[in-house]
Design a protein around this ligand. Structure first.
Ligand SMILES: [Cu+2]
Length: 496
């Protein structure tokens, strides 16, 4: 830990570029000491452990949801304001963790208390303190699964991932949100599978780790994170950081503060990004513990195509056109593909939109289609599906058989109870996956038709049978810019 800090100071002393310091919360700016967030296995051996457990217990016992000293208050902050699948996913949650951490200090009276993180790249099972059902254990929650090995991905840490925010090419934030973030929520399930997920204390250890992974990724030069200055100065900062986040009425944070060095004044005991997937610990009660290299399939086979009723191409609005799809797609424990029947003219429109995206003409006429979206319309959870314990990797035009390493090229994103809950209005949810970049990298041969595959990943207690129904699975072309940053608007509701 201290050697990391020393290394950091040396880095700062020798760095000529202020922008290179971007995103590194560290000593400075009028604050005295940097607090270090510890990995749970270390955290639980320190005096912070009892402060944390007692604070969670006290806050859960406080039934006044209007009070920041209650656990429910913080659950409602997430329910009402969290951005998922849109801009500022990481920055908003960084501020959220910061405020919760301050509150834990207030409630416990322990000024040294920091939020712990759970490094599942090292320990893929939920720490046992959270699974002990002894009455009165405030860390315990009913959950569907405790092993998140299958949620892990190395893709966000690939060497080519330099851009940061959603809407830029090969960007870190949407990839990290896609995996491991979403699947960790889904495989744990229970409250973790919906927008009330902070009810489960493991939420904060999960998000501290997500924040740590972002921090580790950005080292040592800040990569493609938009630059900011302190205080926010439009002349030297990216417009991305203008404005502020809302957490509750009266609880806000200027956006730039979440990524400006020193403001939030914390660091992590381990600032390194994962370099490999962990050994999968097999801890069946009846058998001795065995450590084995995880049995990850080295190849993915495209799931069999289901037979679904087809839906027609049609104009949806002046800026959107549906090119065709299928309806009534029911997802179960079996993986399935949907073949989208596109007429020749629709296929041509698809090719044209991708071509405009890749090589925009000098002047794009208004109304020109230039991006592609895969839409899951009117999605409903069925049976035990809403409780989670499983998810699907959603692929487009997956080859009949492909190496796991190459499958990422066809990955649109993940789909599970958590993503559906985040997108749900009253009733059915609509989920959208940006497909323009993916399609632009496919060969003409690969783009002769369009299929979407749902490859099921099950946790240890995953439900069987029908878990989700997609009213319509279709592909749209849109006049939206293909790689423009998402509009920097803070929604009053959680991506609803
Ligand atoms: Cu989350």
């Amino acid at each position: 830990m201290s050697s990391i800090l020393v290394g950091r100071r040396e880095f700062i002393n020798t760095s000529a570029s202020a922008i290179a310091l971007l995103s590194f919360p560290r000593i400075g700016f009028g604050q005295t000491t940097t607090s270090i967030r510890l990995e749970w296995q270390q955290f639980k051996t320190t005096a912070q452990y009892s402060s944390f457990v007692n604070a969670v217990r006290k806050m859960k016992a406080n039934t006044n949801a209007a009070s920041p000293s209650s656990w429910e208050y913080w659950t409602n902050v997430h329910l009402n304001y969290c951005p998922h699948g849109i801009a500022y996913f990481l920055a908003w949650h960084r501020g959220y963790l910061y405020y919760l951490e301050q509150q834990l200090r207030t409630v416990s009276g322990d000024k040294t208390l920091s939020v712990p993180y759970w490094n599942y790249y090292k320990y893929p099972h939920i720490p046992s303190e959270f699974t002990d059902p002894t009455p009165g254990n405030p860390l315990y929650m009913p959950r569907v699964g405790t092993n998140v090995y299958n949620a892990l991905s190395m893709a966000p840490f690939a060497s080519g991932v330099w851009n940061f925010q959603r809407g830029t090419t090969n960007a870190f934030e949407p990839q990290l949100e896609s995996a491991p973030h979403n699947p960790v929520h889904n495989l744990i399930g229970g409250e973790m599978a919906n927008m009330m997920s902070p009810r489960d204390p493991i939420f904060f250890l999960h998000h501290a780790n997500i924040d740590r992974l972002c921090h580790a990724w950005a080292l040592p030069d800040g990569k493609g994170i938009p630059p900011t200055s302190n205080p926010y100065n439009a002349a030297t900062s990216s417009p991305y950081w203008a404005g502020s986040f809302t957490y509750a009425s009266g609880l806000t944070m200027a956006r730039y503060k979440t990524y400006y060095p020193g403001w939030l004044n914390f660091d992590y005991s381990d600032d390194t990004k994962p370099t490999a997937l962990p050994l999968a610990a097999r801890t069946q009660p009846q058998s001795p513990i065995r450590l084995v290299q995880a049995q990850v399939a080295s190849r993915i086979t495209r799931p069999a195509t289901g037979s679904f009723a087809t839906t027609a191409a049609r104009g949806l609005s002046p800026t959107r056109r549906a090119l065709g799809g299928v309806s009534g797609v029911v997802l179960t424990e079996a993986s399935v593909s949907g073949h989208l029947p596109l007429a020749a003219s629709s296929l041509q429109s698809l090719h044209d939109a991708v071509a405009v995206a890749v090589e925009p003409p000098a002047r794009t006429l208004p109304g020109t289609f230039r991006s592609v979206v895969v839409v899951l319309d009117n999605v409903q959870m069925l049976g035990a599906g809403a409780k989670g314990g499983f998810f699907y990797n959603v692929y487009m035009n997956l080859p009949a058989i492909v190496d796991t390493d190459n499958a990422h090229r066809y990955l649109l994103g993940t789909l599970g109870a958590f993503e559906v809950a985040g997108a749900a209005h009253h009733g059915g949810a609509t989920l959208e996956y940006q497909a323009t970049e993916l399609l632009s990298k496919l060969s003409a041969y690969e783009l002769q038709d369009v299929s979407v595959s749902f490859v099921r990943v099950s946790g240890e207690n995953a439900p069987r049978g029908a878990v989700m129904r997609i009213g319509e699975l279709r592909i749209d072309i849109s006049t939206d810019a293909p790689w423009a940053p998402s509009p920097p608007t803070q929604r009053g509701q959680c991506y609803c």
